[in-house]
Design a protein. Structure first.
Length: 254
């Protein structure tokens, strides 16, 4: 047996060889991790689009079943929630109103929203229930377009005349006019934006939202990916007397 050859075959890595291998692994990780992060972010955006689509279709189904032509927060009680009372000032209450049309409250929590605690049921269960104070607005990632389906002065429009009005939006849309403004929907306080909406934008938040872009759900049932320019355009289309208003589950500045 050639002992010299055997010893050579069993020789371990030298320190330099080991460092080279580690360096190669580090370079590969540096190349792959950003790509994986982008893929994860894109997947979360697509899931958010699907969630918002389900919520918008639930609103349309509710309107059809209720034989009305506008969103429920513009329909007087007892059919809708218009001027329902103090509880109607909460986003969670408005979403709970269409719970019969939504399979699960989980769709109200965006996958990119690390602050949202997605609820499993529509019950008062403290561990899983959307209606329990442990969840409620904490389980919601979307703001409600309070002026969807109305013209100047707050008079209602049928869906077919307000197809490009924003009904729901990611909650990181900035309320540039503040979070304590009045609204013809009778909901207070509301977040507002004023015409010509040149300051409309998505706030970049590390724990929620999709950086400088967001999703909006329109009354035609579609969900649009809306960079700043497109967001401003849709706000103009839904303008109600020089402003638009949104009901946020929590401040977009948090």
């Amino acid at each position: 047996m050639n002992l010299r050859r055997l010893r050579t075959a069993k020789r371990a890595f030298t320190l330099i060889e080991l460092l080279v291998v580690i360096a190669i692994i580090a370079i590969l990780a540096g190349l792959l991790l950003p790509a994986l992060a982008r893929a994860k972010s894109k997947a979360a955006f697509v899931a958010c689009t699907s969630n918002m689509k389900q919520v918008m279709l639930a609103e349309i189904v509710w309107a059809n079943d209720s034989e009305v032509t506008t969103v429920h927060w513009r329909v007087p009680r007892p059919t809708g929630t218009f001027q329902y009372g103090g509880v109607a000032n909460n986003a969670w209450f408005q979403f709970a109103w269409i719970s019969n049309e939504l399979v699960s409250p989980k769709v109200l929590a965006c996958p990119s929203d690390k602050q949202a605690q997605g609820a499993d049921t529509w019950t008062l269960n403290p561990s899983t229930g959307f209606m329990h104070p442990n969840y409620q607005n904490n389980a919601v990632s979307y703001a409600i377009g309070l002026d969807a389906g109305v013209r100047g002065g707050g008079s209602s429009l049928p869906f077919e005349l307000a197809q490009e009005h924003i009904a729901f939006a990611d909650r990181n849309m900035e309320a540039s006019a503040g979070l304590s403004v009045g609204c013809s929907a009778g909901i207070s306080p509301a977040g507002g934006l004023n015409a010509p909406y040149t300051d409309a934008k998505w706030l970049k938040r590390p724990s929620y939202g999709h950086t400088d872009i967001g999703n909006i759900a329109l009354l035609d049932g579609s969900v649009q990916k809306a960079p700043k320019a497109e967001l401003r355009l849709y706000l103009l289309k839904g303008d109600d007397g020089g402003s638009v208003h949104f009901l946020y589950p929590k401040s977009p500045n948090q």
